[in-house]
Ligand binder design. Structure first.
Ligand code: IDP
Ligand code: MG
Length: 136
């Protein structure tokens, strides 16, 4: 049975800087996730802090917010069967060193912080994150 969901994906500054936008998009498309919305933006550190506020108690929070706002990013709504989990599988583990072969983070991630992509971790967070970037 199909279970069509939407999730939020971000191509992070390290990947945009290395001109990996089209490669990464083509991986989602090959794996049957449609790119429903897509925009290249450069957010402020304050916006990054709002987006990542679930991590505000973590020791890496400040660096994380500085990083996400350090250069252009591409934010996308991906849609497809079990899109939230499917995107997480396509991305691979947070730390590229732990990520499985052929995942985006294994292929392109540089380090645990410069790990090339973000993906929502639940349906509820996907809704919040989509709304954060694509509210009208
Ligand atoms: P996720 O991106 O795989 O969902 P989260 O645990 O939600 O991973 O962490 C959000 C982001 O924070 C990660 O993608 C990574 O860039 C960064 N991060 C996570 N853990 C660490 C760490 O231990 N040191 C530095 N950065 C980290
Ligand atoms: Mg996360």
């Amino acid at each position: 049975m199909s279970n069509i969901e939407q999730t939020l994906s971000i191509i992070k500054p390290d990947a945009v800087e290395r001109n990996l936008i089209e490669e990464i998009k083509s991986i989602f498309i090959k794996k049957n996730l449609k790119i429903k919305e897509n925009k290249k933006i450069h957010i402020t550190k304050e916006e990054a802090a709002e987006f990542y506020k679930v991590h505000q108690t973590k020791p890496f929070y400040d660096d994380l917010c500085a990083y996400l706002s350090s250069g252009p990013i591409v934010v996308m709504i991906l849609e497809g069967n079990n899109a939230v989990l499917s995107n997480r599988e396509i991305m691979g583990a947070t730390d590229p060193k732990q990520a499985k072969d052929n995942t985006i983070r294994k292929l392109y991630g540089i380090s645990i912080d410069k790990n090339s992509v973000h993906g929502s971790d639940s349906i509820e967070n996907a809704k919040k994150e989509i709304n954060f970037f694509f509210k009208n």
